[in-house]
Design a protein around this ligand. Structure first.
Ligand code: PMP
Length: 405
């Protein structure tokens, strides 16, 4: 199937916005859903909806089987050792908070270190600030270079035998580039530290093999990879997850309850207190089938190639600043045009049917590093085509003219 045919599987893209064909360039914030995922959700609520795990009736068995089958799909998709290492959460934010609250608060003592970078999304920054505040651990930042990236050497210098956890994004949601997480994992482990990887922007675009990376925890969100909103994943190595305490207590996660004590179910259910996000998980499983049918290597190449094309076209626009290094970007480019405020730019582009994002992208530290209060970001996914890029470039040029006048 070619990418033009793939696009046709996304009903939402077949519409006009403000009188123009929609050009959706905001997939880094949330991706669109193919018809298979939409139909799966509809079918689930029309035919199979019931609570999981505790019921013996047919609908409950169907819902349970589909929910647990989705877990196996996720496990295979990221090459985990077992589905016991896959915890369903609300998204990347919840997954990172789970590790921060359960693992990091337990292992960090006063004077221990947590190493992150100023490139991180707030979801991979604020949870560590909180751990540092409550435990007395020191939050250390890998210094950034002028282009917003960091070097592995600088990282290596930050990690010491007091480092308990390193947390870093696999692909930055502002720069679009990949960090060397495999090398970072090896360095962290040499010092006895664990490494958590924020995979919100990587899992949709590249093949991820958590065993090959040898990361201890890996987090991602379903909604950025053609799945429903409200579902996400925390992968964790079994031996670490087993040592961790749940952070939510209630139904579904218990084994036995007494007046003053209770014991937990085995992995992964001890971390899934309450009724889980059943339809979301099942929808995510179908999104994974869809991405795998196309092939992650094919998707990666498409997204990189399209981003190379847009970068080349943007270079020809005067007074346009792009942020980040001249390196392969995995499906997004962040920029500012002349002295136009990015919110104004995004508003005018919207009148031309082009949806981009403007703001700090939940990365205020990186914005500060660039001396920008805000930037614009165009992001691309498997349903975008060169025609989208052409319309985007033409809309940028029109906007520039508009502000000149
Ligand atoms: N990390 C990165 C790099 C992201 O791009 C995002 C989403 N913008 C998140 C974390 C948070 O994801 P979610 O809002 O789905 O929890």
């Amino acid at each position: 199937m070619g990418f033009t045919d793939i696009r046709k599987l996304f009903p939402i893209l077949d519409q006009k916005v403000n009188g123009h064909p929609l050009v959706y360039l905001d997939s880094a914030a949330s991706a669109q859903k193919p018809i298979q995922v939409i139909k799966t959700l509809k079918h689930y609520y029309e035919r199979d909806n019931a609570n999981v795990h505790r019921g013996v009736h047919t609908l409950s068995s169907r819902a349970t089987d589909a929910y647990e089958a989705a877990r196996i799909k996720v496990s295979n998709f990221i090459h985990a050792k077992s589905e016991q290492e896959i915890i369903f959460t609300r998204g990347t934010t919840s997954s990172i908070n789970l590790v921060a609250s359960s693992y990091a608060r337990k292992v960090c003592q006063e004077g221990d270190e947590i190493v992150i970078s100023a490139m991180e999304h707030h979801s991979n920054l604020l949870p560590w600030q909180q751990v540092a505040k409550t435990t007395g651990a020191v939050l250390k930042y890998i210094p950034l270079q002028a282009d917003g990236t960091f070097s592995i050497k600088d990282f290596e210098q930050k990690v010491t035998n007091r480092t308990k956890i390193v947390s870093v994004s696999h692909i930055s949601n502002v720069l679009g580039i990949a960090n060397p997480v495999k090398q970072m994992a090896a360095i962290a482990h040499k010092h006895g530290a664990a490494i958590m990887v924020d995979g919100a922007q990587s899992v949709p675009h590249i093949k991820v093999d958590v065993q090959e990376l040898d990361c201890d925890f890996y987090a991602f969100s379903g909604h950025k990879m053609c799945g429903p909103t409200g579902i996400g994943v925390l992968y964790g190595k079994k031996e670490l997850l087993e040592q961790m305490e749940p952070i939510e207590f209630g139904g579904e996660m218990i084994d036995h309850v007494d007046l003053h004590e209770a014991s937990w179910k085995e992995l992964p259910w001890k971390f899934e207190g309450g009724t889980p996000i059943i339809a979301g998980a099942i929808g995510l499983g179908v999104a994974i089938d869809f991405l795998e049918q196309i092939g992650l290597d094919v998707i990666e190449e498409h997204d990189k190639q399209l981003t190379r094309y847009v970068v080349e076209r943007m270079k020809q626009i005067e007074h346009l600043t792009m942020y980040g290094p001249e390196k392969d970007r995995f499906g997004l480019v962040t920029f500012n045009l002349d002295k136009i405020h990015p919110h104004d730019l995004a508003t005018v582009l919207d009148t031309l049917g082009v949806a981009i994002r403007a703001g700090h992208h939940c990365c205020q530290l990186l914005m500060k590093h660039f001396g920008a209060s805000a930037t614009a970001r165009a992001s691309f996914y498997l349903y975008n085509t060169e025609e989208d890029v052409n319309q985007f470039i033409s809309a940028l040029q029109k906007t520039k003219e508009y502000f000149k006048e």
